[in-house]
Ligand binder design. Structure first.
Ligand code: DON
Length: 598
């Protein structure tokens, strides 16, 4: 651990250690840590026990309270997940899906929990193809048919029952309380409900749940009560899985399907399966990097890109220099070309994980990169020579705006670490709420490739590997990640929303920490770029110099004209001794890293 911390960070850490040796009680000094950390413009929150970092402060506090009560990181993450379904309804959810990476310190074990939505049994390959033969994007993104069978509740309950310490009541009751008694309407929530008003007003239930009786907006500071959601949470608390996938909640979901022409049946709900998968791990210099395997493309391409980058002296090129960004773009271009062909649900398609994450393959791809000139995406094809059809396990014949997802990280005093990303897909999912249930339905079916070469909501292209099939899980980019040090101890946990940009965001945070020696707050704040093969252009955040952009253009890169923010990482980094540093992304309002109180 020590060996990896050099330069600026080591100075900061020496000062921090000095500070710790003077300090006698952790809580009294939490606020002061930033003051003794003079050499960086961005400062993390620190703790000497546990921490929860999420995109919404009330949910982070609920998670941190669970740690203070003696819960472990899994309890805290589960409590945070349920709380986010109340406080961050555009992304936190009950009827979405997600992934959770769990590091169990004592057993030195890493679990990749897959609670991604599954296509309903009645789904079919061409279900979103309109009469004109093109993808009907409205149907795929905003109709009730865009909803996959929800996995979030099953996933959180699975994690809790297998790896948590506290009771189910302990971890759900806080969410029940805030749904029942109300939360203060924040600027962030009020603002996002304002932006999405016309879409949410199209659905009577959503209109009723998220706006005042006369349909007008809540104002910041108003008390926002979600009574039906509280009742659903109570059913989950009382009956566990069958409080959601059977009984009254299932009745409400199936009724909604019947009313609005959806496909999810009682059987689909009852048969929803959480899967524990083997994480995808690779090495980057002296570290081990582990992330979510398929049906996420995140882990595979994170490792692939790190492999391609490993042999260049990136630090010497300089952070966000043109030479550095050029290399990032070229490896992103190649990874996303592979994504379009080889990634899908591993239960339906033999994803060539080992081949894509092989360092020799990375070397062969890197050989084709011109260090002075931009590549051209139409000339870069998926790099493995494979017969795609032969990788399909079974294919049935005839049978593909503003977006939100959310990440949260938890770390406990025993060194257990949880990294979770969960989503409804778009902001507020399909916009359709289950009447009587109080929760929104996802529109995750749009993450399938509805038709080869037709881009989905994130401009991503896919083919057979990610074609729609009953009970299949749509390909995701969500990349909950845990990085380990030389001794196998967790060093960093991170993840982000951002659709197709998630993988490249996580890549840059990991590189900022491992290669550029940034502390987690600085690594989080640094400007980001993104390229995804198609469209062939670099997306850029503000904060990268015009001179650098000019050089990239001279090299032949096309830059997106619009600068926008990318993602919202919620990360925790190991400090010296028992200390940990947390950073919530400053890109979105209302996020918080909250340390455990002793
Ligand atoms: O699973 C995926 O890759 C997408 N459904 C994630 C969507 C997303 O991140 C939107 N948020 N900004």
């Amino acid at each position: 651990m020590k060996a990896k911390i050099s330069g600026k960070v080591s100075t900061v850490i020496k000062q921090f250690v000095l500070f710790l040796s003077i300090a006698t009680s952790s809580t009294a000094y939490v606020e002061e840590a930033v003051i003794i950390n003079p050499s960086t413009r961005f400062h993390p929150v620190y703790s000497m026990s546990g921490m929860v970092v999420s995109q919404e402060a009330v949910a982070s506090h609920i998670g941190a309270d669970i740690l203070s009560k003696g819960g472990n990181a899994i309890d805290a993450a589960v409590a945070t997940g349920f709380a986010l379904s109340v406080t961050l309804p555009r992304a936190g959810n009950l009827a979405g899906g997600g992934f959770m990476m769990i590091h169990l310190a004592e057993q030195d074990r890493l679990i990749a929990l897959d609670f991604r939505e599954m296509a309903p049994s009645l789904a079919g390959r061409d279900m979103f193809i309109g009469d004109d033969g093109n993808v009907d994007n409205n149907l795929a993104r905003y109709s009730i048919k865009s909803s996959g069978v929800p996995g979030s509740v099953a996933g959180l309950l699975h994690a809790h029952s297998k790896y948590g310490l506290l009771t189910l009541k302990d971890v759900i009751q806080p969410a029940v309380n805030i749904a029942k008694n109300g939360i203060e309407m924040t600027m962030d929530l009020a603002g996002s409900l304002k932006t999405k008003k016309s879409r949410l007003h199209k659905n009577e239930a959503s209109k009723g749940y998220f706006y005042k009786d006369d349909g007008s907006l809540f104002k910041p500071g108003d008390n926002f009560i979600q009574k039906d959601l509280a009742d659903t949470l109570v059913r989950i608390m009382d009956f566990g899985r069958s409080g959601f996938y059977q009984g009254k909640t299932a009745d409400l979901i199936v009724e909604e399907m019947r009313r609005s022409g959806g496909l999810i049946s009682y059987e689909d709900l009852k048969n929803y399966k959480v899967v524990e998968r083997s994480p995808v791990c690779g090495t980057y210099k002296k570290n081990k990097v582990c992330a979510m395997p398929p049906p996420s493309s995140g882990g595979v391409h994170l490792i692939q890109m790190l492999n391609m980058l490993e042999e260049w002296d990136l630090q010497k090129l300089g952070h966000n220099s043109a030479a550095y960004i050029h290399r990032l773009v070229e490896v992103m271009r190649r990874a996303y070309a592979d994504r379009s062909a080889y990634l899908g649900d591993p239960d339906f398609f033999n994803v060539p994980i080992d081949k894509i994450t092989d360092k020799k393959y990375a070397k062969s791809l890197r050989k084709d990169i011109d260090l002075l000139k931009a590549g051209i995406s139409t000339e870069v094809e998926p790099g493995l020579s494979l017969d795609i059809n032969s990788l399909s396990k079974r294919i049935r014949k005839n049978n593909k705006e503003s977006v939100e997802t959310t990440h949260f990280s938890a770390w406990d005093q025993w060194g257990n670490v949880v990294s979770t990303t969960t989503t409804l897909n778009f902001s507020y999912g399909s916009g359709i709420s289950v009447s009587g249930g109080g929760f929104l339905l996802n529109n995750e079916m749009d993450d399938f490739s509805a038709k080869p070469n037709s881009p989905n909501g994130f401009g991503l292209i896919g083919g057979i590997a990610n074609a729609i099939e009953p009970k299949k899980r749509p390909l995701s980019s969500m990349t909950p990640t845990i990085v380990f040090d030389l001794n196998g101890r967790p060093l960093l946990t991170t993840g982000s929303p951002g659709g197709s940009t998630i993988i490249t965001i996580v890549l840059q945070v990991v590189l900022n920490v491992l290669t550029f020696d940034m502390g987690i707050a600085e690594a989080t704040a640094a400007p980001r770029i993104h390229h995804q093969w198609l469209p062939d252009r670099i997306f850029i955040e503000s904060g990268i110099s015009k001179d650098t952009l000019n050089i990239l253009e001279v090299m032949g890169h096309k830059l997106s004209q619009r600068q926008s923010i990318m993602g919202s990482t919620q990360s925790i980094q190991k400090g010296p001794g028992v200390s940990i540093f947390g950073a919530s992304d400053p890109r979105r309002d209302g996020a918080a890293a909250v340390p455990q109180r002793k």
